[in-house]
Design a protein around this ligand. Structure first.
Ligand SMILES: [Mn+2]
Length: 336
Protein backbone atom coordinates (compact mmCIF):
# COMPACT_ATOMS: atom_id res chain seq x y z
CA UNK A 1 0.00 0.00 0.00
CA UNK A 2 1.25 3.47 -0.90
CA UNK A 3 1.10 5.85 2.07
CA UNK A 4 -1.14 8.84 1.32
CA UNK A 5 0.71 11.31 3.54
CA UNK A 6 3.83 10.43 1.56
CA UNK A 7 2.01 11.04 -1.71
CA UNK A 8 0.84 14.41 -0.45
CA UNK A 9 4.38 15.36 0.64
CA UNK A 10 5.82 14.20 -2.68
CA UNK A 11 3.23 16.17 -4.63
CA UNK A 12 4.19 19.30 -2.66
CA UNK A 13 7.90 18.65 -3.22
CA UNK A 14 7.37 18.30 -6.98
CA UNK A 15 4.92 21.20 -7.32
CA UNK A 16 7.65 23.37 -8.90
CA UNK A 17 10.31 22.23 -11.40
CA UNK A 18 13.20 20.59 -9.50
CA UNK A 19 16.73 19.48 -10.21
CA UNK A 20 16.41 15.77 -9.44
CA UNK A 21 18.99 12.99 -9.15
CA UNK A 22 18.15 9.30 -8.95
CA UNK A 23 20.62 6.87 -7.35
CA UNK A 24 20.30 3.09 -7.32
CA UNK A 25 22.41 0.25 -5.93
CA UNK A 26 25.78 -0.94 -7.32
CA UNK A 27 25.76 -3.53 -10.14
CA UNK A 28 22.14 -2.60 -10.86
CA UNK A 29 19.75 -5.34 -12.01
CA UNK A 30 16.73 -4.99 -14.30
CA UNK A 31 14.53 -3.71 -11.46
CA UNK A 32 17.07 -1.09 -10.39
CA UNK A 33 17.53 0.14 -13.97
CA UNK A 34 13.92 -0.22 -15.10
CA UNK A 35 12.41 1.52 -12.07
CA UNK A 36 15.02 4.32 -12.10
CA UNK A 37 14.79 4.99 -15.84
CA UNK A 38 10.99 4.83 -15.82
CA UNK A 39 10.90 7.26 -12.89
CA UNK A 40 13.44 9.53 -14.58
CA UNK A 41 11.31 9.78 -17.70
CA UNK A 42 8.21 10.45 -15.61
CA UNK A 43 9.99 13.32 -13.81
CA UNK A 44 11.10 14.78 -17.14
CA UNK A 45 7.57 14.57 -18.56
CA UNK A 46 6.46 16.51 -15.48
CA UNK A 47 8.92 19.30 -16.30
CA UNK A 48 11.71 18.48 -13.87
CA UNK A 49 15.32 17.86 -14.80
CA UNK A 50 16.53 14.40 -13.81
CA UNK A 51 19.86 12.57 -13.85
CA UNK A 52 20.32 8.91 -13.00
CA UNK A 53 23.55 7.77 -11.34
CA UNK A 54 24.63 4.13 -11.14
CA UNK A 55 27.42 3.62 -8.55
CA UNK A 56 29.03 1.00 -10.83
CA UNK A 57 28.89 -0.40 -14.34
CA UNK A 58 25.79 -2.37 -15.29
CA UNK A 59 25.85 -5.58 -17.33
CA UNK A 60 25.76 -5.26 -21.12
CA UNK A 61 22.77 -7.63 -21.18
CA UNK A 62 20.63 -4.82 -19.76
CA UNK A 63 21.68 -2.16 -22.28
CA UNK A 64 18.43 -2.76 -24.23
CA UNK A 65 16.42 -1.15 -21.42
CA UNK A 66 15.26 2.19 -22.78
CA UNK A 67 17.21 5.15 -21.42
CA UNK A 68 20.41 3.31 -20.42
CA UNK A 69 22.42 5.59 -22.74
CA UNK A 70 21.68 8.45 -20.29
CA UNK A 71 23.05 6.65 -17.22
CA UNK A 72 25.85 8.43 -15.37
CA UNK A 73 28.15 5.52 -14.51
CA UNK A 74 30.10 6.60 -11.41
CA UNK A 75 32.95 4.24 -12.32
CA UNK A 76 33.42 5.98 -15.64
CA UNK A 77 35.86 8.88 -15.37
CA UNK A 78 34.01 11.35 -17.59
CA UNK A 79 30.58 10.46 -16.15
CA UNK A 80 31.97 10.69 -12.64
CA UNK A 81 32.66 14.41 -12.95
CA UNK A 82 29.17 15.13 -14.30
CA UNK A 83 27.59 12.88 -11.65
CA UNK A 84 29.39 14.71 -8.82
CA UNK A 85 28.19 18.03 -10.19
CA UNK A 86 24.59 16.81 -10.54
CA UNK A 87 24.66 15.54 -6.95
CA UNK A 88 26.04 18.85 -5.70
CA UNK A 89 23.31 20.80 -7.52
CA UNK A 90 20.45 18.42 -6.70
CA UNK A 91 17.36 19.70 -4.90
CA UNK A 92 15.78 16.25 -4.67
CA UNK A 93 17.56 12.89 -4.56
CA UNK A 94 15.53 9.75 -5.19
CA UNK A 95 16.99 6.54 -3.78
CA UNK A 96 15.53 3.61 -5.70
CA UNK A 97 15.71 -0.17 -5.09
CA UNK A 98 18.02 0.10 -2.06
CA UNK A 99 17.66 1.54 1.41
CA UNK A 100 21.04 1.95 3.13
CA UNK A 101 23.05 4.94 1.93
CA UNK A 102 26.42 3.33 2.69
CA UNK A 103 25.61 0.53 0.21
CA UNK A 104 25.98 2.95 -2.68
CA UNK A 105 29.75 2.38 -2.45
CA UNK A 106 31.68 5.27 -4.02
CA UNK A 107 28.56 7.47 -4.18
CA UNK A 108 27.89 6.95 -0.44
CA UNK A 109 29.90 9.87 0.97
CA UNK A 110 28.34 12.40 -1.40
CA UNK A 111 24.88 10.95 -0.83
CA UNK A 112 25.20 11.04 2.95
CA UNK A 113 26.60 14.61 2.92
CA UNK A 114 23.98 15.98 0.53
CA UNK A 115 21.39 18.33 2.02
CA UNK A 116 18.93 17.74 -0.85
CA UNK A 117 15.49 16.40 0.07
CA UNK A 118 15.74 12.61 -0.15
CA UNK A 119 12.96 10.30 -1.23
CA UNK A 120 13.28 6.52 -0.92
CA UNK A 121 11.26 4.12 -3.07
CA UNK A 122 12.27 0.57 -2.16
CA UNK A 123 11.00 -2.92 -1.35
CA UNK A 124 13.90 -4.42 0.66
CA UNK A 125 13.94 -5.22 4.37
CA UNK A 126 15.25 -2.96 7.14
CA UNK A 127 15.32 0.50 5.57
CA UNK A 128 17.46 3.25 7.05
CA UNK A 129 15.60 6.34 8.23
CA UNK A 130 17.53 8.98 6.28
CA UNK A 131 14.89 10.08 3.77
CA UNK A 132 12.42 12.97 4.12
CA UNK A 133 9.87 10.76 2.37
CA UNK A 134 10.18 7.00 2.70
CA UNK A 135 8.21 4.65 0.48
CA UNK A 136 9.38 1.31 1.88
CA UNK A 137 7.24 -1.81 1.61
CA UNK A 138 8.45 -5.42 1.51
CA UNK A 139 5.08 -6.68 0.26
CA UNK A 140 6.00 -5.17 -3.09
CA UNK A 141 7.72 -7.61 -5.44
CA UNK A 142 9.63 -4.91 -7.28
CA UNK A 143 10.57 -1.27 -6.99
CA UNK A 144 9.15 -0.89 -10.52
CA UNK A 145 5.77 -2.04 -9.16
CA UNK A 146 5.98 0.66 -6.45
CA UNK A 147 6.93 3.34 -8.97
CA UNK A 148 3.84 2.46 -11.01
CA UNK A 149 1.59 2.78 -7.96
CA UNK A 150 3.25 6.04 -6.90
CA UNK A 151 2.72 7.55 -10.37
CA UNK A 152 -0.93 6.42 -10.33
CA UNK A 153 -1.48 7.75 -6.80
CA UNK A 154 -0.07 11.09 -7.97
CA UNK A 155 -2.86 11.01 -10.55
CA UNK A 156 -0.54 10.68 -13.52
CA UNK A 157 -1.34 7.22 -14.92
CA UNK A 158 -1.96 8.83 -18.31
CA UNK A 159 1.66 10.04 -18.41
CA UNK A 160 2.88 6.43 -18.46
CA UNK A 161 3.84 6.04 -22.12
CA UNK A 162 5.15 2.93 -23.87
CA UNK A 163 8.75 3.70 -22.81
CA UNK A 164 7.96 4.06 -19.10
CA UNK A 165 5.67 1.02 -19.32
CA UNK A 166 8.40 -1.15 -20.85
CA UNK A 167 11.02 0.00 -18.32
CA UNK A 168 8.75 -0.77 -15.37
CA UNK A 169 7.57 -4.06 -16.86
CA UNK A 170 11.21 -5.18 -17.19
CA UNK A 171 11.78 -4.59 -13.47
CA UNK A 172 8.53 -6.29 -12.54
CA UNK A 173 9.12 -9.51 -14.49
CA UNK A 174 12.78 -9.71 -13.45
CA UNK A 175 12.05 -9.50 -9.72
CA UNK A 176 9.11 -11.95 -9.89
CA UNK A 177 10.96 -14.41 -12.14
CA UNK A 178 8.24 -13.89 -14.73
CA UNK A 179 5.46 -14.28 -12.17
CA UNK A 180 6.83 -17.52 -10.73
CA UNK A 181 8.21 -16.40 -7.34
CA UNK A 182 6.20 -16.30 -4.12
CA UNK A 183 6.15 -12.48 -4.31
CA UNK A 184 3.71 -12.67 -7.26
CA UNK A 185 0.69 -11.01 -5.67
CA UNK A 186 -2.64 -9.83 -7.10
CA UNK A 187 -1.15 -6.32 -7.24
CA UNK A 188 1.73 -7.61 -9.39
CA UNK A 189 -0.78 -8.77 -12.00
CA UNK A 190 -2.76 -5.56 -11.65
CA UNK A 191 0.37 -3.52 -12.34
CA UNK A 192 1.45 -5.87 -15.17
CA UNK A 193 -1.99 -5.46 -16.72
CA UNK A 194 -1.73 -1.66 -16.47
CA UNK A 195 1.75 -1.65 -18.00
CA UNK A 196 0.72 -3.84 -20.93
CA UNK A 197 -2.31 -1.64 -21.49
CA UNK A 198 0.06 1.34 -21.67
CA UNK A 199 2.35 -0.26 -24.24
CA UNK A 200 4.75 -2.80 -22.69
CA UNK A 201 5.29 -5.87 -24.93
CA UNK A 202 5.55 -9.08 -22.87
CA UNK A 203 7.09 -11.12 -25.71
CA UNK A 204 9.76 -8.48 -26.47
CA UNK A 205 10.77 -8.04 -22.82
CA UNK A 206 10.80 -11.80 -22.23
CA UNK A 207 13.05 -12.35 -25.24
CA UNK A 208 15.41 -9.54 -24.14
CA UNK A 209 15.73 -10.91 -20.60
CA UNK A 210 15.69 -14.67 -21.17
CA UNK A 211 17.50 -15.19 -24.47
CA UNK A 212 20.73 -13.29 -23.99
CA UNK A 213 23.45 -15.96 -23.98
CA UNK A 214 26.29 -16.30 -26.41
CA UNK A 215 27.51 -19.81 -27.26
CA UNK A 216 30.42 -19.58 -24.79
CA UNK A 217 28.13 -18.81 -21.88
CA UNK A 218 25.72 -21.64 -22.72
CA UNK A 219 28.68 -24.05 -22.82
CA UNK A 220 29.78 -22.69 -19.44
CA UNK A 221 26.33 -23.41 -17.93
CA UNK A 222 26.50 -26.91 -19.43
CA UNK A 223 29.92 -27.44 -17.84
CA UNK A 224 28.76 -26.11 -14.46
CA UNK A 225 25.73 -28.40 -14.41
CA UNK A 226 27.55 -31.49 -15.67
CA UNK A 227 30.85 -31.21 -13.80
CA UNK A 228 30.27 -28.94 -10.81
CA UNK A 229 26.73 -29.40 -9.48
CA UNK A 230 26.66 -31.25 -6.17
CA UNK A 231 23.45 -32.36 -4.46
CA UNK A 232 23.85 -33.12 -0.74
CA UNK A 233 21.90 -33.44 2.54
CA UNK A 234 19.37 -36.02 1.29
CA UNK A 235 18.82 -34.17 -1.96
CA UNK A 236 17.62 -30.98 -0.31
CA UNK A 237 20.71 -28.84 -0.81
CA UNK A 238 22.55 -28.18 -4.07
CA UNK A 239 25.60 -26.11 -4.77
CA UNK A 240 27.96 -25.17 -7.58
CA UNK A 241 31.49 -23.89 -6.95
CA UNK A 242 33.33 -21.97 -9.62
CA UNK A 243 37.05 -21.31 -9.14
CA UNK A 244 39.07 -18.48 -10.61
CA UNK A 245 40.77 -20.78 -13.12
CA UNK A 246 37.36 -21.85 -14.44
CA UNK A 247 36.27 -18.22 -14.66
CA UNK A 248 39.35 -17.59 -16.81
CA UNK A 249 38.82 -20.71 -18.91
CA UNK A 250 35.29 -19.62 -19.84
CA UNK A 251 36.25 -15.93 -19.98
CA UNK A 252 33.46 -15.07 -17.54
CA UNK A 253 32.23 -11.48 -17.59
CA UNK A 254 30.09 -9.45 -15.19
CA UNK A 255 26.62 -11.03 -15.17
CA UNK A 256 27.58 -14.36 -16.75
CA UNK A 257 26.56 -16.29 -13.61
CA UNK A 258 23.13 -14.66 -13.60
CA UNK A 259 20.47 -17.36 -13.27
CA UNK A 260 22.86 -20.31 -12.89
CA UNK A 261 21.98 -20.81 -9.23
CA UNK A 262 18.31 -21.40 -10.12
CA UNK A 263 18.92 -24.46 -12.29
CA UNK A 264 19.37 -26.81 -9.33
CA UNK A 265 15.67 -26.38 -8.51
CA UNK A 266 14.95 -28.48 -11.59
CA UNK A 267 15.78 -31.33 -9.19
CA UNK A 268 12.42 -31.70 -7.45
CA UNK A 269 13.83 -32.36 -3.96
CA UNK A 270 16.12 -29.32 -3.85
CA UNK A 271 15.01 -26.57 -1.45
CA UNK A 272 18.27 -24.64 -1.13
CA UNK A 273 20.60 -23.84 -4.01
CA UNK A 274 23.91 -22.02 -3.71
CA UNK A 275 26.54 -20.67 -6.06
CA UNK A 276 30.05 -20.15 -4.75
CA UNK A 277 32.27 -18.08 -7.02
CA UNK A 278 35.88 -17.56 -6.11
CA UNK A 279 37.28 -14.05 -6.35
CA UNK A 280 40.77 -12.77 -5.64
CA UNK A 281 40.26 -12.20 -1.91
CA UNK A 282 37.01 -13.99 -1.09
CA UNK A 283 34.35 -16.46 -2.13
CA UNK A 284 31.20 -14.67 -3.30
CA UNK A 285 27.99 -16.54 -2.44
CA UNK A 286 24.47 -16.48 -3.92
CA UNK A 287 21.70 -18.23 -1.98
CA UNK A 288 18.29 -19.20 -3.37
CA UNK A 289 15.64 -21.12 -1.46
CA UNK A 290 12.08 -22.35 -1.61
CA UNK A 291 9.17 -21.99 0.81
CA UNK A 292 10.09 -21.06 4.40
CA UNK A 293 13.83 -21.70 4.12
CA UNK A 294 15.12 -18.25 5.17
CA UNK A 295 18.40 -17.53 3.41
CA UNK A 296 18.26 -13.86 4.43
CA UNK A 297 18.66 -14.81 8.11
CA UNK A 298 21.14 -17.59 7.23
CA UNK A 299 23.37 -15.24 5.28
CA UNK A 300 23.18 -12.50 7.92
CA UNK A 301 24.18 -15.03 10.59
CA UNK A 302 27.12 -16.66 8.81
CA UNK A 303 28.08 -14.85 5.61
CA UNK A 304 28.05 -11.07 6.22
CA UNK A 305 25.20 -10.67 3.78
CA UNK A 306 21.45 -10.65 3.45
CA UNK A 307 18.66 -9.82 1.03
CA UNK A 308 15.27 -11.43 0.79
CA UNK A 309 13.92 -14.59 2.48
CA UNK A 310 14.30 -16.69 -0.67
CA UNK A 311 17.19 -14.87 -2.33
CA UNK A 312 20.26 -13.43 -0.67
CA UNK A 313 23.97 -12.95 -1.06
CA UNK A 314 27.02 -13.17 1.15
CA UNK A 315 30.73 -13.91 1.26
CA UNK A 316 33.30 -16.18 2.86
CA UNK A 317 36.93 -15.34 3.52
CA UNK A 318 37.90 -19.04 3.80
CA UNK A 319 39.21 -21.20 0.96
CA UNK A 320 36.66 -22.70 -1.43
CA UNK A 321 37.15 -26.16 0.09
CA UNK A 322 36.67 -24.97 3.68
CA UNK A 323 33.73 -22.79 2.61
CA UNK A 324 31.96 -25.79 1.07
CA UNK A 325 32.59 -28.07 4.04
CA UNK A 326 31.36 -25.55 6.59
CA UNK A 327 28.36 -24.67 4.44
CA UNK A 328 27.22 -28.30 4.18
CA UNK A 329 27.29 -28.55 7.99
CA UNK A 330 25.62 -25.18 8.63
CA UNK A 331 22.88 -25.76 6.04
CA UNK A 332 21.58 -28.74 8.07
CA UNK A 333 20.15 -26.35 10.68
CA UNK A 334 17.80 -24.92 8.04
CA UNK A 335 16.02 -28.28 7.81
CA UNK A 336 15.52 -29.09 11.49
MN1 LIG B 1 14.19 -4.90 -6.73
Amino acid sequence: MINHDNIHALRMLLSTPRRCVIVTHPRPDADALGSSLGWKRYLELKGHSASFISPTHYTANLAWIKGTETILDFEDEKNNRVARQKLAEAEVIFVLDFNVQARSEKVADLLIQSTAAKVMIDHHQQPEGFAAITFSDTTYAATAEMVYDVICELGDEKLIDAVIAEDLYAGLVADTGFFQHSNTTPNVFKVASGLIARGASPDYVSDKINNVFDERRLHYFGYALLEKLKVVNDGRVAYISIGQSEARRFNLQLGDNEGLVNYAFKVSTVKLSVLFSEERDKVKISFRSKDDIDVNAFSRKYYEGGGHRNASGGKSMLSMEETEKLFIERSKELFQ
